[in-house]
Write a protein that binds this ligand. Structure first.
Ligand code: XMP
Ligand code: MG
Length: 179
């Protein structure tokens, strides 16, 4: 068990399980993109560790870029999003959006509408984690590492109010009376 700020978290997924999922996503992406030069677009901050490992397993030609926006405060979605920052020129490119986790899908919807405005040739979504029970949108998540229950997790890039991103494993919020 670990404590971050005021909350307690218990171990959920170890490094091997995470790497298996990352390798699987890399394999599926390579199957679809080996004849192209896609841009992997990492969504900061959460996706930095996933994208770093993913690229080590991805053997095809590719470019890498990062963009930043945020929809989260604490452990539940605040429903607010900002614009795509620093993504670079995506016009006519095949973009693979790299997310740490898709929860309600609000963040993703915002990213996708921005990508369309940028005039990308194509886009697909890859997320290490996906919470199907929390998802409120219809946009398909094309590549999913692991489907997980609707509980807050930290580690491997994911944080609780800034803490936990450096943990090499995933921890789940300890159950409380309201879940
Ligand atoms: P939405 O609801 O827009 O949320 O799909 C996506 C973003 O919210 C963050 N998020 C989490 N962060 N543990 C976290 O540390 C979680 O369980 C979690 N669920 C969502 C994350 O930044 C994601 O990109
Ligand atoms: Mg994120």
């Amino acid at each position: 068990m670990i404590k971050l700020h005021d909350l307690e978290f218990e171990p959920y997924l170890g490094p091997e399980k995470i790497q298996d999922a990352v390798r699987q996503v890399a394999k599926e992406l390579y199957k679809d993109y080996s004849s192209k030069t896609p841009i992997f677009l990492g969504i900061l901050n959460g996706a930095f560790m996933f994208l770093s490992d993913l690229l080590k397993y991805y053997k095809g030609d590719c470019e890498v870029s990062f963009t930043k926006l945020a929809s989260y405060e604490g452990t539940s979605s605040s429903g607010e999003v900002s614009t795509l920052l620093g993504a670079g020129n995506l016009k006519d490119r095949d973009v693979i959006v790299i997310e740490d986790i898709v929860d309600t899908g609000l963040t993703l919807e915002h990213i996708v509408s921005q990508l369309k405005k940028e005039g990308v040739a194509s886009f697909k979504i890859a997320s290490l984690f996906f919470k199907p029970e929390a998802y409120k949108k219809s946009l398909p998540i094309d590549y999913v590492g692991l489907e997980i229950p609707n509980k807050f997790i930290v580690g491997y890039g994911l944080d609780y109010n800034g803490l936990g991103r450096n943990l090499p494993e995933i921890y789940q919020l300890k159950s409380s009376i309201d879940d």
